[in-house]
Design a protein around this ligand. Structure first.
Ligand code: SF4
Length: 294
């Protein structure tokens, strides 16, 4: 795979954003760029101020992030931190760089609740640390699964583990007692929006023990739009025109969204899977010993 990883040093680890759309104010991203190469990735903008570069092929690893976080945490409130709000913390580079264990260990020590979403089974390596956090405060893990069709998944999320592997990993984490969810986002018109396709994800999520499914339509903004349509034109030429119509015609989009929402409501009832599950935080967070092995 023609991906290069560049090591960088960061000045801050905890990033506070002011987006009113996101439920958490703080996130930590140990990488910039993401080698999973999803055709709908909304995070392409995050590479722009680094002088451009290819978001999917030029990955930046923040090798000093645990040291910076160690300095920041004593003054940090116990707000929930979203791990990897911009890119996937468990993308392929993490196998070599192992940045997440240091970050998770520190968050456990300071009893900071965490939530994270990934497409990678590499998260299983760190389940013991997530459990430590859950014991000290709260931890929630979600897998993004947009379809159970591995052929479609290979074309839209070429470097991520298969949907079945992700669901199996979710089942493993659930067995450890963590709150787990499925992020069925984004739903792609005609490719993953059919009722059978949506139901396959609901059914697999229920079987794996998921506590919730968050679903959302595709939002094409900034640089994502052009790359997305180019990928669809190449991989799904028969659907290209219909998908383009949805994103170029307000009425078509409204009708599509209305139908999608109606199916999702039916499936939520059938599988009793809510759209969200609050992390059950402990009223008295346990302060782990700074000397205890993590
Ligand atoms: S896993 Fe997330 S961050 Fe990575 S390419 Fe896919 S959508 Fe983008």
């Amino acid at each position: 795979m023609d991906t290069s990883v560049k090591e960088i040093v960061c000045k801050t680890a905890l990033h506070c954003h002011d987006s009113k759309w996101l439920p958490y104010r703080y996130d930590i991203n140990v990488y910039r760029g993401c080698a999973h190469r999803c055709v709908y990735c909304y995070a392409l903008y995050s590479h722009e101020y680094l002088g451009g570069g290819d978001f999917y092929r030029e990955i930046y690893a923040k090798t000093n992030i645990a040291d910076v976080l160690r300095r920041e945490l004593p003054a940090f409130s116990r707000e929930t931190v979203n791990l990897g709000g911009i890119t996937d913390s468990y993308q392929p580079a993490e196998r070599e760089y192992k940045l997440m264990p240091g970050v998770l260990s520190l968050l456990a020590r300071y009893s900071v609740p965490v939530t994270l979403s990934t497409k990678s089974t590499l998260i299983l390596r760190d389940v013991a640390l997530l459990k430590k956090i859950d014991e000290a405060s709260a931890a929630k893990a979600a897998f993004t699964v947009t379809t159970m069709d591995k052929t479609v998944a290979r074309l839209i999320e070429p470097n991520a583990p298969t949907p079945r592997e992700r669901m199996n990993a979710l089942g493993e984490i659930k067995k450890q007692g963590l709150t787990c969810g499925v992020h069925m986002m984004p739903v792609l018109p005609y490719l993953t929006s059919g009722e059978a396709s949506l139901e396959a994800v609901f059914s697999a999520a229920k079987d794996a023990g998921a506590d919730y499914i968050l679903a959302g339509a595709l939002n094409l903004r900034g640089g994502t739009r052009q790359g997305f349509f180019e990928s669809i034109r190449q991989s799904f030429p028969a659907e290209y025109g219909r998908i383009k119509e949805i994103y170029h015609n307000k009425e078509a989009y409204k009708a599509y969204k209305r139908d999608l929402d109606a199916v999702l409501i039916r499936l939520r009832k059938k599988y009793t899977l809510p759209y969200y599950s609050k992390i059950p935080e402990k009223p008295e967070p346990k302060q782990l010993s700074f000397l205890s092995p993590l």
